[in-house]
Design a protein around this ligand. Structure first.
Ligand code: DC
Length: 223
């Protein structure tokens, strides 16, 4: 039964902000019987908690991450007994998470938790360093990409219901800033793993992108 093994796969998917990783990961997971580990949500939830607790600086954030591991309850994201699923999706928390993610000791704390979660297989992880640092030996590694304009437009569509005054220009600028930080940070920058499959998403539906990744996974399984 080839597909039984795919359901024990670990698929790692990285890519810049707004490339569509969350949507695609959910579709691939449903098709292959995997669970999704949204590693960005862990950086966001920790940054959210740090703000609530008034914690600042690398050591304080790393200590907070170790004391309060993020848990995923269905589609809900929970930290310190608080459901932060919606609260962590704002532009402000995104910026705070991006800054927090430059701290090596915070990264070490979260990477350790991520590896422990996926150790038994049956997961798709999405983030910035899952293919290069968290699980470089994943069964399949994918780098999802699209242009800055396209990614900015997608983010804007996601955010504008809650923030009607937000302009496309503001969101594109935020994507550019986030890209810069993600690609240039000293510890675990976003980079293309040598053996990752590059999947360009421009002009493709999320379903189309998921089809491609499912085909890649099944291809590996069959070989
Ligand atoms: O994917 P996202 O926008 O939810 O991620 C929030 C921030 O967390 C993003 O700016 C980069 C950081 N991040 C990271 O450094 N490493 C990861 N594996 C995932 C996210």
């Amino acid at each position: 039964m080839p597909n039984a093994r795919v359901s024990r796969f670990v698929i790692a998917m990285d890519g810049p902000s707004g490339a569509g990783k969350s949507t695609v990961a959910a579709l691939v997971a449903a098709r292959l019987g995997l669970r999704v580990l949204d590693t960005g949500a862990m950086y966001r939830a920790t940054a959210w908690l740090a703000h609530r607790e008034g914690a600042e600086g690398e050591q304080a954030l790393a200590a907070l991450a170790l004391a309060h591991p993020v848990s995923f309850q269905g589609s809900r994201v929970v930290i310190a007994d608080t459901d932060v699923s919606e609260a962590i999706r704002t532009l402000e928390v995104g910026q705070a998470a991006s800054l927090a993610s430059t701290f090596p000791s915070l990264r070490r704390a979260l990477v350790g938790q991520q590896r422990a979660v996926v150790a038994q297989g049956g997961w798709i992880l999405e983030g910035r360093d899952t293919t290069t640092v968290v699980v470089p030996d994943a069964d399949l590694k994918v780098f999802l990409t699209a242009s800055i304009e396209e990614r900015g437009r997608r983010r804007w569509v996601q955010l504008r219901d809650e923030s009607p005054s937000l302009t496309l220009q503001t969101v594109v600028r935020e994507v550019v800033e986030r890209d810069h930080r993600d690609y240039t940070r000293a510890d675990s920058p976003l980079e293309l793993a040598e053996d990752a499959e590059i999947v360009e998403t421009f002009g493709m539906s999320a379903e189309g992108v998921a089809d491609r990744i499912v085909a890649l996974a099944r291809g590996i399984n069959a070989s």
